[in-house]
Each structure stands twice: as structure tokens, then as C-alpha cells.
Design a protein around this ligand. Structure first.
Ligand SMILES: *Cc1c(COP(=O)(O)O)cnc(C)c1O
Length: 373
């Protein structure tokens, strides 16, 4: 069986270095808010191209705390409208509603699954105060156009970069386009910790200090609290492990792009719709970090069964759109046809830096053997 994602194999590549990093922390006697977090924040912001990075407990907190900080700074207020793609992973929307802001769900572009400038522009009202641009599946949203729209309408832009470490447009990476960006280092993400972890990147010093305080009980200074904050910190062990894995991330992303290109060129089955063009080359794929390789089929469930019997494990990202979840029951009667069709048709093929060429060929053959109903 070709596993959807072999996390153990990914981390065993760096076993010795990971053990050394963890040992360094064990031996240091310092486990929270120390040197490893400080160095990781520097290294990760350098890598993204931003001046600041704040490590936090997870990706959801990265998004939630950024919106909360904008509220504390008076830039957002309860009830303000935040534009967000209707087909995103639910965490993007949870960050908005947790802050008592109002999500405005916008249908995505059918081909990229990301916000499109036209529909985004059409959704802007006098109550719109921010855009949450999600780089879904690892592909950058059209950030030059989104930033232009935001500037023209005086909107804040928060990137959800949880799936897009290293995706770039014109040499500018995810995390360095919006006014701030949330990253997740959940183990299965392209830069994965060995537990939960997340970070915010930004070029805004004031925002950075506010988030740092909010994530530390609302305190800038020990035992003095200016906000009713939370405890959401990146710990020393995860930071030390992430520093090891960050050094290999560019190589891993290149391998993901190679596999994506092999799929795009090798899968020639009309009932398996590809996310990228067959004539693509590696350099044209830089806007995509291929966290997921998502194909579409009107016979999705049968395709998934066929792949399974061909020993290819797949996953669905995602089976139920946010507006049809019980968590948002008041939206259940709303209709987002593009989003609903996406959720009915998408299926994610295995893609990970530790797949070998033989496995890639097996996936391609299994897709090409599919004959539909
Ligand atoms: C994973 C993910 C998150 C949440 O990250 P966690 O670290 O799991 O909290 C947010 N948004 C998107 C798009 C994600 O894929």
C-alpha cells in the first residue's frame, strides 16, 4: 500500500539531528520562551522574508490571535465583515467567529480553489474590514491582486499559510504578502513539528508585540497584564525540532513539485481532472508548495475505491464544506454551488517528499487504469 502520508519515514530522515536538538533542550534546563524559540523565530522570518515572527501553540491560534490583536489595536471591531473563501478548512472560519467577527463566505475560483479577485471585489461592503486569504492545498492565492483590492478599500489582509510554506509569486513567499500571516506546523503540514506548533509572520512591530502579549496571558512584562490574554506559546522542544526541519524544507518542496509535475504529465485519464496544466515546468510551479495534490472526478467515490484496490491510499480535503457543518447550523440552508461541487468531487493523491519514483509511477498507472462507472 502506498500510504497517503508516511510521517514516520519523513522524520526518520532527520532522526539523528532531531534527537540531538531535543537533547539540547533536555540538557538546557529551559523549556519555555528560551533560545530555541528565539532562534526559530529569527530563522523562520528570514526564510519567509519578513522582519517578525511569533511562535504560538498551533495554526488556529496564529489566526485567532492575529485577529484578536487587530481588535485590541482598534483596527477591527465586533461584527466587522471578514471575507474568506467558502471552501476553506474550517479553522480559518473558526478564527473569525471566535473573535465575534462576521465571516463573509465567498465562492472560490473553480480551477485554483482560492479566492478570485472578481468575486472578492463583489463581496466588499462598507462593513468589510479584512480579507482572510487562504493558500489552499499549498497554492498562493492571487496576492498581488488581493493586496491591490485591499489597498483600494482600506482592508487588512491576513494570509492563512498553514498549507503553503514556501509557495511564492515573483520570489515573494507566502507569509510575506498580507499584513500578517498564520502558519501551522501540525505534523502533517509541509513544515511539521512532532506535535502542535504554529507561528505568525508580519512586518508590523506593533502587531508583533500585541500578539506576544496576548499569547502570554496578556502580559508584556512578567506579572503585569494589559489584556485578558491566553496561553499559546511555542515550546523549546518543538522550536528546536522545527529548526532542524526548516533546513530541509526547500529540498522537500522541490521534491513535491517534481512529483506534481510527474502526475500532471503522466495522468492522462479524462475522468481525473488535474490541478495543473500538462505543459507546466518546474519553475512555473513556484506558486505552489503542493501540500496536497488534489484531482477532481465526477465519480470521486468510485475513483477512491479503485485507487484503494490498486494499493493507493487517498484522502478527501474536505468532505463537508463549513456552511454545511453542524457547528454553523444557521448557514446550512445557504447555497454555495461551486464550493459544494468541489467538496463532492475532490480527492487528494499521495504526495510527500519521501515517495520514490516507483511509487509515483504506481499512482499514475492506477489513475490511468480507472474506467469510471
Ligand atoms: C491546518 C490548518 C489550520 C490550523 O492549523 P492547526 O495547527 O492544526 O491549528 C488552519 N488553516 C488551514 C488552511 C489548515 O490547513
Amino acid at each position: 500500500m502506498i500510504p497517503f502520508l508516511d510521517l514516520k519515514k519523513i522524520n526518520l530522515q532527520y532522526r539523528q539531528e532531531l534527537i540531538e536538538a531535543a537533547t539540547r533542550v533536555v540538557d538546557s534546563g529551559w523549556y519555555i520562551k528560551g533560545k530555541e524559540v528565539e532562534l526559530f523565530e529569527q530563522e523562520f522570518s528570514n526564510w519567509c522574508g519578513t522582519t517578525h515572527c511569533v511562535g504560538v501553540a498551533n495554526g488556529l491560534d496564529a489566526l485567532t490571535l492575529t485577529l484578536r490583536a487587530w481588535k485590541e489595536l482598534g483596527k477591527l471591531h465586533e461584527g466587522d465583515q471578514i471575507i474568506v473563501p467558502a471552501n476553506t478548512y474550517i479553522a480559518s472560519i473558526l478564527a473569525i467567529t471566535e473573535n465575534r467577527l462576521t465571516p463573509v463566505l465567498v465562492e472560490p475560483d473553480e480551477d485554483t480553489y482560492n479566492l478570485c479577485p472578481m468575486r472578492t471585489a463583489a463581496a466588499i461592503t462598507h462593513k468589510t474590514k479584512a480579507i482572510l486569504a487562504v493558500h489552499l492545498y499549498g497554492q498562493l492565492a492571487p496576492m498581488p491582486e488581493i493586496m491591490e483590492l485591499a489597498e483600494a478599500n482600506n482592508l487588512l489582509v491576513l494570509e492563512d499559510s498553514a498549507q503553503a510554506h514556501g509557495a511564492e509569486i515573483n520570489g515573494r513567499r507566502a507569509g510575506n504578502w498580507g499584513h500578517a500571516s498564520g502558519f501551522s506546523f501540525y505534523p502533517g503540514k509541509n513544515l511539521g513539528a512532532l506535535g502542535d506548533a504554529g507561528a505568525i509572520t508580519t512586518n508590523d512591530e506593533e502587531l508583533t508585540q500585541t500578539i506576544r502579549a496576548l499569547a502570554n496571558y496578556g502580559s508584556h512584562k512578567k506579572y503585569e497584564n494589559i489584556y485578558q490574554g491566553v496561553n499559546s506559546r511555542l515550546d523549546e522542544v518543538q522550536a528546536a525540532l522545527l529548526r532542524v526541519k526548516l533546513r530541509y524544507l526547500d529540498a522537500e518542496t522541490l521534491r513535491r513539485r517534481e512529483i506534481a509535475l510527474a502526475y500532471a504529465k503522466g495522468i492522462k485519464n479524462r475522468s481525473v481532472k488535474q490541478p495543473i496544466k500538462i505543459d507546466a515546468n518546474i519553475t512555473s510551479l513556484e506558486n505552489h508548495a503542493f501540500h496536497l495534490y488534489v484531482v477532481r472526478s465526477s465519480d470521486r467515490d468510485i475513483l477512491q475505491q479503485h485507487l484503494l484496490t490498486s494499493n493507493v491510499q487517498t484522502m478527501i480535503h474536505y468532505p463537508i464544506p463549513p456552511h454545511q457543518q453542524n457547528a454553523y447550523a444557521s448557514w446550512n440552508r445557504h447555497s454555495y454551488p461551486i464550493t459544494e461541487a468541489i467538496h463532492e468531487q475532490v480527492i487528494s493523491l499521495p504526495i510527500s517528499p519521501v515517495m520514490d519514483n516507483e511509487q509515483v509511477e504506481q499512482v499514475i498507472d492506477a489513475c490511468n487504469d480507472f474506467t469510471g462507472i
